[in-house]
Ligand binder design. Structure first.
Ligand code: HEC
Length: 198
């Protein structure tokens, strides 16, 4: 069972200049009802990822799945709670602490899509570096052996769903509790979250 509800991704820009998308989400009333908002900046049109500014709905439950092993497998490096301690040897324990990320929606979308060249953070847009949609670069612009790492392919709308999940469920949150752990592992919580119990 998930406590998260799908959130509305509201198109707030005019029809001709679609440069701003607001993500608004309300936490369940039981946990205080804190609202999280994020707005793509005016330079969002620099992100040449088809569909991103046209979506009118983002699904956090789906985004959570994208964060998991069944989706983009972000957890292998970032950990299920985004604390930067996944088990993938490629990240060498150096994956970013996503809870403390200062990125906005456009920043998350860009980094998830394009990765961070020169680091283990892989790109997830299957067309990245085939054309110049990412940082204006193509694979041939990198020295041999320095090309960006490729992660699992994630479609543009799922990158938005994933961003919505991270911004509402990970970013700005304190260190995970047993309840957070149980919400992630669900049926296997008893076993997987034993470390949280005193
Ligand atoms: C192979 C390991 C690996 C995988 C898989 C991976 N990451 Fe990363 N990620 C990293 C590392 C390492 C960094 C830090 C790079 C640096 O700046 O040195 C990073 C950085 C980031 C950042 C930048 C955070 C900030 O505030 O600067 C974001 C956002 C991010 N990852 C999201 C994701 C998401 C979402 C996924 C899954 C779709 C994912 N990552 C998959 C290793 C990984």
């Amino acid at each position: 069972m998930s406590l998260r509800k799908p959130i509305a991704l509201l198109l707030v820009a005019g029809a001709l200049a679609v440069t701003s998308v607001a993500i608004a989400a309300n936490a369940p009333a039981a946990s205080g009802g804190t609202a999280a908002t994020a707005t793509l900046p005016a330079n969002a049109d620099l992100i040449k990822i088809e569909g991103v500014t046209e979506l009118d709905g983002a699904d956090i439950v789906r985004g959570k799945r994208m964060f998991s092993q069944q989706g983009g497998n972000c957890i292998s490096c970032h950990g299920w709670d985004g604390d930067g301690t996944g088990k993938n040897p490629r990240s060498e324990g150096a994956a970013a602490l996503l809870r403390e990320s200062g990125l906005d929606a456009a920043g998350f979308i860009e980094i998830i899509s394009c990765g961070i060249p020169g680091t283990p953070m892989p790109y997830h847009d299957s067309q990245a570096y085939k054309d110049d949609r990412c940082y204006g670069m193509v694979a041939a612009d990198f020295e041999a052996g320095q090309e960006p790492d490729k992660g699992k392919s994630i479609k543009a709308n799922d990158i938005v769903n994933l961003t919505a999940y991270i911004m509402t469920s990970i970013q700005g949150k304190p260190a995970a509790t047993y309840e957070d752990c149980a919400a992630w592992f669900e049926a296997s919580a008893e076993k997987s979250c034993a470390g949280f119990k005193k």
